[in-house]
Design a protein around this ligand. Structure first.
Ligand code: GKR
Ligand code: MG
Length: 419
């Protein structure tokens, strides 16, 4: 079955002012929607980052795939390598770790791989989870992903989530998400306030939710010494501590001196990082993300490899839409080694989506695996058109939390480590 056409559509959707170590989310988040069309009339969907340099690479690669067989992932990967050339896309927002050539290729390849799996599932009349080995769970549990946040973007009215700038605000936010979605674990995005305040916030969450596993992720905003202090202060409280310090070496210095496992989506982000991280014992948990680990099949292989070396698995998320949520859910449903609840930004999208409603929902904090053929989601063409128009008008072309924050606080610095 040959690829006859590929449509690449950038979209923008509203995003609340979520705070992190790099700054604050802009009013618009960007994604790119990929549609692969075959000579047999089947269409497959993929979703990836919307930043302009990445979008250009996805567009270039799309042109080079025409005529290839959707079953020939190796040929598609080779075409993406040729199309990317020697380039390395640098992560300008600074939250997803080191950039390498292999990671750039994997990021560009991923939406095409997902779209081809969607097509193969549709052709076989089977859900993607069956192409990945079949279900080990019927529904994929996600965590309540808490952020410190302003009440609204400056100059705009308060948004529906309200402010969360202290422990009480975060507990309130957790109640809102747990009440609405039923999440059974909680992640706090830290690296925003001095560590002592974030420790207080975690302790307040522990008191309010004694049974929910808790994680804290300051996106490498702390020094080795600070990371050790915080880790020890939260002994018995955290399920894992995510990216406290920057880089494999620093993480390896922290790991043996804190009581909980360290997790990462920043220092191990491509297969080249694994040998050093394993040798140095830098991490106990890897947050998989098919958007940069080269799609669903490669992510599943990475999961097996990690288990071999005693590394547990969870899943990372950036602001995303329903095609990604469907892909994440199929992957996690087919991957026994993912034993921690996955991250998702979905609640922050507040119902905005490019997929038709109905296929994806949360039940007790988990998304039941869509059982239709392929990814099991359909594109809502009207929503896609609206979001594409928003992209054209919004003026944002690459995520830049730091410059947006500096427009309100010129003294803000995203330096690492900050504390
Ligand atoms: O959305 O601000 C955010 C997050 O900080 C995201 O960009 C990170 O990549 O969620 C991510 C993480 O776990 O580091
Ligand atoms: Mg993280």
């Amino acid at each position: 079955m040959l690829i006859r056409d590929v449509h690449v559509t950038p979209v923008a959707f509203r995003d609340p002012p979520l705070l992190n170590a790099a700054g604050v989310h802009e009013p618009w988040a960007l994604r790119t929607i990929v549609e692969v069309v075959t000579d047999e009339g089947l269409t497959g969907l993929g979703e990836t980052y919307g930043d302009l340099d990445h979008l250009g690479k996805v567009r270039d690669a799309a042109r080079s795939l025409i005529g290839l067989d959707v079953y020939h992932h190796n040929a598609i990967y080779a075409a993406v390598i040729a199309s990317v050339g020697a380039d390395v896309v640098v992560d300008r927002h600074g939250l997803t770790g080191a950039a390498t050539h292999e990671k750039t290729v994997d990021r560009v390849f991923s939406p095409f791989e997902v779209a081809c799996l969607d097509i193969k599932g549709k052709a076989a009349g089977r859900p993607v989870v069956d192409l990945l080995g079949g279900k080990v769970r019927d529904a994929v549990p996600y965590s309540a992903y808490l952020f410190y946040k302003w009440a609204g973007h400056p100059g705009e009215p308060e948004d529906s989530f309200g402010a969360a700038l202290d422990p009480a605000g975060l507990v309130e936010q957790a109640r809102m998400f747990i009440g609405k979605y039923g999440f059974r674990s909680i992640k706090l995005k830290g690296g925003v306030y001095p560590p002592v305040e974030e420790i207080e916030a975690i302790l307040a969450l522990r008191e309010a939710f004694p049974e929910h596993p808790l994680r804290l992720d300051p996106n490498a905003a702390w020094s080795v010494d600070t990371s050790i202090e915080v880790g020890r202060a939260l002994d018995g409280v955290l399920e894992y501590l995510e990216d406290p310090a920057p880089g494999i070496e620093n993480m390896a210095s922290v790991a043996p001196l804190v009581p909980m496992p360290l997790a990462t989506n920043m220092c191990v982000v491509t297969p080249e990082h694994l040998p050093t991280a394993i040798q140095q014992g830098a991490i106990g948990v890897l947050l998989l993300d098919h958007h940069y680990w080269g799609g669903l099949l490669k992510s599943s292989h990475i999961a097996t490899l990690c288990s071999t070396f005693g590394i547990e698995l969870s899943m990372h998320s950036n602001s995303h839409l329903g095609i990604s949520l469907a892909a994440m859910t199929h992957l996690a449903a087919a991957t026994p080694a993912i034993t921690h609840d996955c991250d998702t930004h979905t609640p922050w999208q507040d119902g905005q989506d490019v997929v038709a409603p109905g296929a994806l929902r949360f039940v007790d904090g988990a998304v039941p695996v869509p059982d239709g053929p392929g990814l099991g989601v359909e594109l809502d063409r009207d929503a896609l058109a609206v979001m594409n128009e928003q992209y054209e008008k919004c003026g944002v072309r690459s995520r830049d939390d730091t410059t947006y924050m500096q427009s309100f606080d010129p003294s803000f610095s995203a330096r690492r480590p900050r504390w």
